[in-house]
Design a protein around this ligand. Structure first.
Ligand code: UD1
Ligand code: UDP
Length: 401
């Protein structure tokens, strides 16, 4: 009988990173795949579901404007319990560190359903940064019996916590999603032209600074500093800034107020994943506080400046593709200007190593779930990719239930 696996996710980044895995689960005859989206996000989630052609079996449509974490968590647990009762899965899969992930894990744990955590083991070591994600990812790992760690360093974090579940290093599924998407873009000139036509205002002569930002711990003073820094950079006329602004009103309000109508600044709505990947390809520098973008940009050979004081993704900092610049106005301006003025250094990022995997993380996860070896991917696994060779031969037989 097929194993029934219920994948639960609700935000844009979870959907992007779960999409390739859902496709693998759907294609496997040993698995009955059921998808529940919580709708923690709405428009930004639908963009991803449309692109990857995922039709959820359950859509809880829980998003409300400017939702508080407690309102959302309470509604998630109550609604998910009904889904768990109806589906009766053999296993639940959750992703990452959102409120959807921690609530889905807790609801599953209360029903004694085994939990697999995709993108397990990321840590900053500081509970308040990112907030509340560092707590979410820790509690999900406590409850999981299978932890799919993207890198050897995330596996080491989990080993230090002496958790009860089993850890399997897989690479990050974001590279699977990115590889599928760049293959589409790179092989189709008409698609590239169509995506570029969505940004007709871009000036071919000026370098593009691509910006994204949404972290809750930066609301208020942090965002004021970031916007002030972007204003300073735009006024130099050395760069054009493209900022797809997150739909959170705590981000949109201050960003519009501070930068709306500014010269060399283009504030646009969130792009769908195809459009955003194309824009990353066209960018000279990426300035972000996003987790996913920190993982994607190194694979595209782009320099990333991260507007945070700590990151749970140290591999890219070590590989030299990501630099932490904090949220202080002068520090952001200095870091961007230094890269703008040094084309050779900027271009050297294209030759640095992507530490987040080889695009086969989803296959590794499905192999582990079905207790099959996945020797066919061993050749692609190397220390450089951040995927440890032992991952390819692990079995889940010893998993405690
Ligand atoms: C959430 C996650 C964060 C993740 C981010 C990705 C938590 C606590 N936070 O943060 O970890 O990095 O998603 O983007 O789980 N909104 C819309 N339409 C959308 C999405 C959001 O209008 O499609 C607005 C709504 O007013 C919503 C607000 O944004 O209430 C905040 O959404 P929420 O999911 O609570 O938090 P994010 O800041 O997006
Ligand atoms: N992204 C997108 N459109 C945008 C901005 C980002 O598709 O306009 C993608 C990006 O490529 C990455 C993911 O969204 O895969 C990151 O999401 P976000 O920054 O919202 O969340 P985080 O990764 O910080 O949790």
């Amino acid at each position: 009988m097929a194993t029934k696996i219920l994948s639960i996710f609700g935000t844009r980044p979870e959907a992007i990173k779960m999409a390739p895995l859902v496709k693998q689960l759907e294609a496997d005859p040993a698995i009955e795949s059921v998808v529940c989206v919580t709708g923690q996000h709405q428009q930004m989630l639908d963009q991803v579901l449309d692109l990857f052609r995922i039709e959820p079996h359950h859509n809880l449509a829980l998003m409300t404007g400017n939702q508080t974490l407690n309102e959302l968590a309470a509604r998630l647990i109550a609604s998910l319990d009904d889904v768990l009762a109806a589906v009766r899965p053999d296993r639940v899969l959750v992703h990452g560190d959102t409120t959807t992930a921690s609530a889905a894990a807790l609801a599953s744990f209360h029903r004694r359903i085994p939990i697999g955590h995709v993108e397990a083991g990321l840590r900053t070591g500081n509970l308040m940064q990112p907030w509340p994600e560092e707590m979410n990812r820790r509690v999900v790992d406590v409850m999981s019996d299978l932890m799919f760690a993207p890198t050897a360093s995330s596996k080491a974090n989990l080993a230090r916590e002496a958790l009860h579940g089993k850890v399997i290093v897989t690479g990050n599924t974001v590279i699977d999603a990115l590889t599928l998407t760049t293959a589409r873009i790179d092989s189709d000139a008409a698609l590239r032209a169509e995506l570029d036509a969505r940004l007709p205002f871009l000036d071919g002569a000026l370098p593009v600074l691509l910006v994204t930002g949404h972290r809750r711990e930066s609301f208020g003073a942090g965002f004021a500093n970031i916007c002030a820094a972007l204003g300073d950079l735009a006024r130099t006329d050395k760069v054009q800034i493209v900022y797809p602004v997150h739909l959170n009103p705590n981000v949109r309000g201050p960003v519009q107020q501070s930068l709306g109508g500014a010269r060399n600044v283009h504030l646009i709505d969130p792009l769908d994943y195809l459009g955003f990947v194309r824009l990353m390809q066209r960018a000279s520098i990426i300035l972000t506080d996003s987790g996913g973008v920190q993982e994607e940009a190194p694979a595209l050979g782009k320099p990333v400046l991260v507007m945070r004081d700590v990151t749970e993704r140290p591999e890219a900092v070590e590989a030299g593709t990501v630099r932490l610049v904090g949220t202080e106005r002068g520090a952001i301006v200095r870091a961007v200007t230094a890269l703008l003025d040094n084309v050779a250094e900027r271009e050297s990022f294209a030759r640095r190593i992507n530490p987040y995997g080889d695009g086969h993380a989803s296959q590794r996860i499905v192999a582990a779930l079905t207790k099959r070896p996945f020797a066919e991917f061993e050749a692609a696994v190397s220390a450089d990719s951040g995927v440890s060779a032992d991952a390819s031969t692990q079995s889940v037989d010893a998993v405690s239930r």
